[in-house]
Write a protein that binds this ligand. Structure first.
Ligand SMILES: *Cc1c(COP(=O)(O)O)cnc(C)c1O
Length: 391
């Protein structure tokens, strides 16, 4: 008979240990070291009213629960909720709002988040103000007595502007608003917003948490008991849950998150330095460069600077030559996978943003974004240099 071994995580377990073990005890039935994919829709009850805590798989699924505990521990929150996509996770957060509420949002927030807020939630008498949250004074000016949420992305996409999270948390809390942080770009290896004062953290697990470009998903990590109760209720009521298979894939991904983030960050740094020294590049946006206007803040609130960077090659034509010239890097939207991706924000991820608004955000026609993967850095460097030569 298999004797169940509970992996007892010490309260002060370090991050890599948490990634590997939190929420992932050996399977109680067999001892399988990997949490199985519980591909079932329902659970048989022993007798009327007597069950093992599992009734119906929209409500509870052991594979999903394992992932939720795992990510909650990684973010140092109290509970996690996994959804079918990053957008479904953000939609669940938005369900905390009521008509008449006001939300302050980072102005260069992910395009899908803007679309959800602007075109869906705007229909329910919820008001949104878009401000540069790198400027805390501007955030303060945007707050109204109706403000219930401050929704922040840091670093922001694609120009890598940072928001001072402890200052943002302090401001939100003084106005009885929640601070919500979309931590997709950084991952909890690099930055843990709850430790800096955030109330809610969300991720598109599609990106770094899964990390292998083979699943779409999202997660919310909460700290307040009232939020935990509501999010659990709404996850079941609205039903936008992550499937058992995708939960398993993301669990597989989080095990190696620390290893991957070290390499993403190292490769991002080398590429940023190469670009900053290259005569054909006008400007590089990467928080790890000492020339980044918020480098000191990055050092304070981030551990490493991640794999995301963008740079300006001066014109659409130059960007086109570069993007068509890369051989190893793949021209694609998305980010956070092990493969290096390169993209053109103005015509791809931010095409729906009006041109003058794009210009105000610094998203020029010559801007190129890279999600540095974990390939050998010398191959990435060679590829970028030969493509820059084509400009
Ligand atoms: C991709 C992304 C989302 C949306 O996630 P999906 O999984 O594509 O629904 C939200 N926020 C950020 C920062 C993202 O990069």
């Amino acid at each position: 008979m298999y004797r169940r071994q509970i992996v007892k995580l010490k309260a002060n377990a370090r991050f890599s240990t948490i990634c590997l073990h939190a929420g992932q005890e050996p399977d109680p039935t067999t001892g399988a070291i990997v949490t199985p994919i519980y591909q079932t829709s329902t659970y048989v009850q022993e007798e009327l009213g007597k069950h093992k805590g599992y009734e119906y798989a929209r409500t509870q699924n052991p594979t999903r629960s394992a992932l939720e505990s795992n990510v909650a521990a990684m973010e140092n929150g109290k509970a996690g909720f996994a959804f079918a996509s990053g957008m479904a996770a953000i939609n669940a957060i938005a369900s905390l709002l009521k008509s008449g509420d006001h939300v302050v949002v980072s102005d260069n927030v992910y395009g899908g988040t803007f679309r959800l807020f602007d075109q869906v939630l705007g229909r329910y008498q919820i008001a949104f103000s878009y401000v540069d949250t790198a400027d805390i004074a501007a955030v303060e000016r945007a707050l109204t007595p109706q403000t219930r949420m401050l929704f922040v992305e840091t670093p922001s996409n694609p120009v890598m502007r940072l928001t001072d999270l402890p200052a943002a948390a302090d401001l939100a809390h003084r106005h009885s608003a929640r601070l919500v942080v979309d931590n997709t770009f950084a991952s909890p290896y690099i930055q843990r917003p709850i430790e800096l004062g955030a109330d809610l953290v969300t991720h598109s697990t599609t990106k770094y948490l899964n990390g292998h470009s083979d699943s779409i998903g999202g997660v919310v990590v909460a700290t307040r008991d009232d939020d935990i109760e509501w999010l659990g209720f709404v996850q079941n009521a609205a039903g936008g849950i992550l499937s058992p298979f995708d939960s398993w894939l993301v669990l597989r991904g989080t095990k190696t998150l620390p290893l991957r983030m070290v390499q993403h960050s190292a490769n991002g740094m080398v590429l940023a330095e190469l670009l900053a020294a290259h005569p054909k590049v006008k400007q590089v946006h990467y928080p790890g460069l000492a020339t980044h206007p918020q480098h000191a803040l990055a050092v304070r609130q981030m551990r490493g600077f991640g794999g995301m960077l963008s740079f300006d090659v001066g014109s659409l034509e130059a960007a086109r030559r570069l993007l068509n010239g890369v051989r190893l890097m793949s021209l694609a939207e998305s980010l956070g996978g092990v493969e290096t991706l390169i993209s053109h924000p103005a015509s791809m991820t931010h095409a729906a943003v009006p041109a003058e608004h794009r210009a105000a955000l610094g998203i020029t026609d010559g801007l190129v974004r890279i999600s540095a993967g974990v390939e050998d850095i010398d191959d990435l460097r060679d590829d970028l240099i030969q493509a820059l030569d084509l400009i």
